[in-house]
Ligand binder design. Structure first.
Ligand code: FES
Length: 175
């Protein structure tokens, strides 16, 4: 073989080795990039799922802490300005959270301690301790909010007032 031919062959062999080496490095580079992309997608997906679960929990309840069970006497009503509701402690010790909004035209209804009933200042509707209508023009009971008792603490979910046609024990909560 001539020297020229030998040199060409060696050059071409080096070129092939160099190409294979570069291809191998590029191949590994893309594998690493692909793996990182998969990891990042997994992280993004889990973050989105976690945040949507959080927001569900956060928006499903808006709890207002009213006080410890022992602080309330059966047969009394405590106005809670922060939540725009009254907390009634019924004769059996259970709790009922009543909206302050009159079911006639929405005036704020205070509890009259002397008369032992809610008296609307706008058109005179009255409601008993359970929020049930005693005197028209209001036709349906005051709306209520779910009450939760956790470790002796009375908590009221004010996220949405519950409409009702009558009083029932499922509207109350007790220890
Ligand atoms: S708004 Fe209460 S009686 Fe009319």
């Amino acid at each position: 073989m001539k020297t020229e031919e030998i040199l060409k062959k060696n050059e071409s062999s080096d070129t092939v080795k160099g190409t294979i080496g570069r291809r191998s490095v590029i191949g590994w580079f893309w594998k690493v990039v692909g793996a990182l992309a998969v990891i990042e997608m997994g992280w993004i997906t889990s973050s989105v799922l976690r945040s949507s679960q959080h927001s569900k929990t956060d928006t499903s309840k808006e709890l207002v802490d009213v006080g410890m069970v022992a602080e309330f006497t059966p047969g009394t009503v405590t106005p809670v300005p922060l939540g725009q509701f009254h907390l009634a402690c019924l004769a059996d010790g259970s709790f009922l959270a009543l909206s302050k909004s009159c079911t006639h035209l929405g005036c704020s209804v205070p509890w009259d301690e002397k008369k032992k009933k809610f008296v609307c200042p706008c058109h005179g509707s009255t409601f008993d301790l359970h929020g049930v209508v005693l005197t028209a023009p209001a036709l349906r009971p005051l709306d209520y909010y779910p009450v939760f008792i956790e470790n002796g603490l009375v908590r009221v979910d004010v996220s949405k007032p519950m409409r009702r046609d009558a009083f029932g024990p499922t509207q109350t909560s007790r220890v």
